[in-house]
Design a protein around this ligand. Structure first.
Ligand code: AMP
Length: 286
């Protein structure tokens, strides 16, 4: 695996690869890698010639400075995992490399028209978060210019935001978005870098998020859905979670669904805190 810290050096290398007809697959991450990330690397390796993984903890997407400061960093292990999976390139830029002049200055005047998507669920509870995600992904895509971009369904709304971003920037003609299934621990908890911050008892409790989504899946019925949503919220509150949201929404638009006609494709989404740690998960319902 080749490690690049400078965008210009990475670009030179990828230019030569592309001149030789090699296709680039790209997996952007914030590190603290787990098998969810690795599944994206594997998918990219299967379908492209050169797999690039980036590790960059993007300050622009943290609306909570404590969350940013406590974000896990496990660089040595990450490099080991990437090497053993056969990742070709690791891009490990500094903040200045991604945001010349600092991200506040870099972002001046940049605004992504995300509309409704930015006002609900994660957008509502983490103001500015998706603008920050777009800022970094836009910049990374300009540097890497991949043929295929690999994202995890674990971040369902983020996938929709990035789809919108590549449409807004006209990249949808050159980049194929590949959304890979959520990888879970044996008990069902969605793998997440933030799981590393859970102590033993918090880790045991954490699976309740997935179980709440299963309640929604197992008990989905036609007609009014509000009582069912409340039941899922209660199941989390009883275990000591502070719930941001538990929602059933249209799988394509993310419009909340208060009733079900037996046909509409739905997804359940949840975000909740166990003490200091905020976890999210989702489950397509039908
Ligand atoms: P992150 O490092 O959290 O920014 O995630 C980097 C990429 O890995 C994103 O596209 C995530 O959706 C994806 N990802 C994170 N967790 C999982 C998981 N459990 N299963 C599949 N993909 C994941």
């Amino acid at each position: 695996m080749i490690l690049f810290k400078k965008a210009a050096d990475l670009r030179n290398y990828l230019d030569s690869q592309q001149e030789n007809g090699n296709t680039i697959g790209f997996v952007p991450t914030m590190g603290a890698l787990h098998d969810g990330h690795i599944s994206l690397i594997r998918a990219s390796k299967k379908e492209t010639d050169v797999t690039v993984c980036s590790i960059f903890i993007n300050p622009a997407q943290f609306n909570d400075s404590k969350d940013f400061e406590k974000y896990p960093v496990t660089l040595e292990e990450d490099i080991y995992h990437l090497e053993s999976t056969g990742c070709d390139v690791l891009f490990l830029p500094s903040v200045n490399e991604i945001y010349p002049g600092g991200y506040t200055k870099y972002a001046t005047g940049k605004y992504y028209e995300l509309g409704y998507l930015e006002t609900i669920l994660e957008g509502k509870y983490r103001p500015g978060h998706f603008q920050g995600v777009c800022l970094v992904v836009d910049r990374l895509l300009q540097i890497v210019k991949p043929k295929r971009l690999y994202l995890g369904q674990k971040d369902y709304q983020q996938c929709m935001v990035i789809k919108r971003l590549i449409e807004l920037t006209g990249l949808n003609y050159s980049i194929r978005l590949v959304i890979c299934p959520t990888q879970r621990e044996a008990d069902g908890l969605a793998m997440s870098s933030r799981n590393m911050r859970l102590n033993k008892s918090e880790r045991e409790t954490a699976v309740a998020i997935y179980q709440a989504l299963l309640i929604l899946q197992n008990e989905l019925h036609e007609g009014d859905l509000n009582t069912l949503k409340q039941k899922a919220v209660r199941s989390l509150e009883q275990k000591g979670f502070r719930v941001d949201y538990v929602e059933i929404a249209d799988a394509l638009t993310l419009q909340p669904a208060d009733r079900w006609d037996g046909q509409q494709r739905l997804v359940a989404l949840a975000a909740a805190f166990i003490n200091e740690v905020r976890l999210i998960d989702n489950l397509p319902l039908n």
